[in-house]
Structure formats: C-alpha cells, structure tokens
Design a protein around this ligand. Sequence first.
Ligand SMILES: Cc1cc2nc3c(=O)[nH]c(=O)nc-3n(C[C@H](O)[C@H](O)[C@H](O)COP(=O)(O)OP(=O)(O)OC[C@H]3O[C@@H](n4cnc5c(N)ncnc54)[C@H](O)[C@@H]3O)c2cc1C
Ligand code: FES
Length: 272
Amino acid sequence: MKSFEKKVIIISNRDLKHGRFILSFSDKQIAGAASPGQFLMVKVSRGLFPLLRRPFSIHNCSGKDGRIDVLYEVKGPGSRLLSQYPPGRVLEVVGPLGNGFSLPEKGRGVILVAGGMGAAPLFFLASRLAAERSKRRIYALLGACGKNRLCRPAEFTAAGCSVKLSTDDGSCGSAGYVSGLLDSFLNSPGIIPSAYVIYACGPRPMLQATAFVAGKFGVPGYCSLEAHMACGIGACMGCVIPVRSEGGREAYKRVCHDGPVFSLQEPDWGKM
Ligand SMILES: Cc1cc2nc3c(=O)[nH]c(=O)nc-3n(C[C@H](O)[C@H](O)[C@H](O)COP(=O)(O)OP(=O)(O)OC[C@H]3O[C@@H](n4cnc5c(N)ncnc54)[C@H](O)[C@@H]3O)c2cc1C
Ligand code: FES
C-alpha cells in the first residue's frame, strides 16, 4: 500500500472538551490512498522532543479537497503539544500506514464495538459504509467509563448507525462494559449473529472480552490494536504482539506493518 511523507497545513484543531480534539488538514494524496483502519505517524514537534512521531488513526476523510480528520486525546507531551497548534501551522505526517479493515461482503450486517477513543478509526469505517448507500444494518456499540467519555454518539447516528451505549458507571446507556452490551445484543430476539461481522477498537482487555463474545456466538470479526510505536513502518520491531500459531510455536506480528487490524481471534490474548 502506498504512503506519503508530507508537510500539511492545519485547517482546524477543534477542542471537543474533556481533553479531546479534532485536528483537520487537507491532502489529496493521503486521503485518496487511505482506507478505514489505517493510521498516520505525526511529527508533533519541530525540535528534538518528543523525538518519535506519534501514531493516530484516520478518523475520517471527506470532500474533494481530501480533508482528513484525526480525533485525539491528550495523554502526554506529544498530544499536549499537538493540542496547542493553531490553524495555519505546518505539520509533518506520514501515511496512510498499516493494513486497514477488510470491508464486509455485500449485505452482511456490521457491528462496530468501541471502547472510549476506540471510536476514532471506526467512524471512518462507518462513513465509508454509509457512502455505499446499501441496505446494510450498521450498529455502533459505544462504551466508556462514564457519560463524558462516550465518543461522538451523535456523529455515529448521523452517519446512519443504530447507536447503543454503555457506561461502566451506569451514567448513560446500559451499565457495564461494552463487551457485555455486545453479548446482550447478540442474544436479542431477531438478531442472527452469523449474519454480522464485528469491527472493534479500544483498550486490550475490552478487545479480549469482545473476541471472547464473538467466539461464543461464532461471529467473525476484526480488531484494531494499539501498541507503542517507534518507526511505524515495520523496521524496529518495537510494536510486536504475540499471535496464535499452528503447532503452538511462539509467533509475533508487528502492529504497525502486519496490523493494526487483526482478526479478533488472531492475537494471543492470554500472552499480551
Ligand atoms: C495504530 C494506532 C492508532 C492510534 N490512534 C489514536 C487516535 O486516533 N487517537 C488517539 O488519541 N490516540 C491514538 N493512538 C494512541 C496515541 O498514539 C498515543 O496516545 C500517543 O502516542 C501518546 O503520545 P504522547 O506523547 O501524548 O504521550 P506519551 O507520553 O507517549 O504516552 C502517554 C501515556 O499513554 C501511554 N501510551 C502511549 N502510546 C500508547 C499506545 N499506543 N498504547 C497504549 N498506551 C500508550 C504511555 O505508556 C503513557 O502512559 C493510537 C495508537 C496507535 C498505535
Ligand atoms: S513501530 Fe517499528 S516495527 Fe512497528
């Protein structure tokens, strides 16, 4: 897959409150090559600190001018610096990187399962699927620790998804983990689990629980994983995860190059 190293100009860097921002820029080449699930490596400073580029999912690509949105949360020095950049500032980005999601076959229903900021790459998938204008059912199951941490439910609804919410503390939607919401959804009357495919992103324990529920109901699915990344292009081996292999041999894959999207049953969750 083709990727580009570009200097782009920030169009906007919108504060969504609660430490979250949407950064937007235009680049026709990156947007033209990007598919849902892929990510960008962003150089967050002009100086030496932080030295390493930071990985961020492509949240959406839209319009003829190749507008790209990145939804991010302030976590440490890199994302804090990024949140201070005004429109007009030049940013160095490399992308699109990684494999992206395999798109579902025609007619198959889709269940997006997001834990917190895991909604970031799933929104691009939702908008791509919405653009198909097919009769496919798309459910977005969005979970978070509390009401304020739920990620963009109104936007998922506007993109044509039937949205269901869960919060760990019960402040909005059903109380409990989003994997529990998935379990109840797949158990609901009228839902035929084998007619769906799951796309999940979020913290690892949430993905592990999602893989368990998917396995229980025999639903195929994919997850987008995060890992600490240095190069982002498969060279440093800094992002490897253990995967299941035939014959029980130890096997590893690079999240940046072989992923970030894996089949839900591929990571060796017990060893992560
Ligand atoms: C493929 C991929 C896509 C991503 N997409 C997004 C996105 O769309 N939006 C977003 O907000 N974030 C995303 N992230 C996470 C993002 O890269 C980190 O939050 C960011 O690099 C933090 O940089 P920092 O300098 O602000 O903080 P740092 O000081 O680097 O880290 C702050 C804290 O977060 C932890 N951390 C940093 N990176 C990761 C990671 N990859 N996995 C688990 N813990 C981590 C550190 O251990 C530390 O505790 C993605 C990561 C990957 C690998
Ligand atoms: S970050 Fe270097 S190999 Fe993945």
